[in-house]
Design a protein around this ligand. Structure first.
Ligand SMILES: [Zn+2]
Length: 267
């Protein structure tokens, strides 16, 4: 039974994941820039112990997937912007000592759970909105859920309430004109980024994840249209677009896979 820890920019998830990938227990807490490292790690350890006790299982390894730069060899966090107190700390040593098991740390994108954190910084439009990476118009700043929400907000008067990407998708399903335009634009930018990947790598399959893909049916046609327009020199129709079936647990399961990849039979 692997203890899985998924450290994101705004939340931290801890869980128990069986070798089959089944999530036996899961708990989430919010994190923020003021999050204290020692208290955070103690909390992770406490939750893992309680979960193992309740499930009457023994933790045989711990996998950690983290957003942001990490050093998988030393087990240290790098310059994690969103958790400044966690920089240069080593959760691998701490948890390995405490639980007496092997602990593996990876960047969650490298872990293969979701690739959007890396792939998100391909420039789609150099005149686009500024991005945290230093460039303008990255795929992430144009096609991620928040980008869709910002674009929609900029189209309406300041008095109108702010809508999330999820709300916009719901409105589009109900036929709202602005929401439908937002969806069309979203599908176009998603398609551009995917078209770049297909032109570069001609992969057999691209797995789409993330919260925006909960509304995938709204986007897939537009995505395919954009890909078809710009991928004429590669057999783009052979690239299957699949939806991440792991849903919201994808990162947690990815964190457990980090351990199997490093220390299990796969490793
Ligand atoms: Zn960027």
């Amino acid at each position: 039974m692997i203890g899985a820890v998924d450290i994101g920019g705004t939340k931290l998830a801890v869980g128990l994941v069986a070798e089959s990938g089944k999530v036996l227990a899961k708990s989430e807490t919010l994190t923020g820039a003021d999050s204290n490292y020692s208290a955070g790690l103690e909390n992770i350890a406490r939750v893992l112990r309680e979960m193992a006790q309740n499930a009457r299982v023994e933790i045989t390894g711990i996998g950690i997937g983290s957003t942001g730069p990490v050093n998988p060899l030393t087990g240290e966090f790098g310059e994690v912007d969103f958790l400044p107190h966690w920089r240069r700390q080593n959760p691998v040593q701490y948890l390995a000592k405490l639980f007496g098991v092997k602990v593996a740390l990876e960047n969650d994108a490298d872990a293969g759970a979701l690739a959007e954190a890396e792939l998100g910084h391909q420039v789609i439009d150099p005149a686009g909105p500024p991005c945290s990476c230093g460039f303008r118009g990255c795929w992430e700043s144009l096609a991620a859920g928040p980008a869709m929400a910002i674009w929609t907000r900029n189209q309406v008067s300041a008095n109108d309430s702010h809508r999330t990407a999820e709300q916009i998708c719901q409105l589009a399903r109900e036929g709202d004109e602005l929401a439908r335009r937002a969806v069309e634009r979203e599908a176009y930018y998603l398609g551009l980024g995917l078209a770049n990947l297909i032109n570069l790598f001609a992969p057999d399959m691209i797995v789409l994840g993330g919260s925006i893909m909960k509304s995938a049916l709204l986007f897939l046609e537009g995505i395919r249209k954009t890909i078809g327009r710009g991928c004429r020199f590669v057999p783009h129709e052979k690239t299957e677009l699949a939806l991440a079936s792991l849903g919201e647990d994808a990162n947690l399961i990815g964190a457990a896979r980090v351990w199997h990849h490093r220390y299990g039979e796969e490793g």
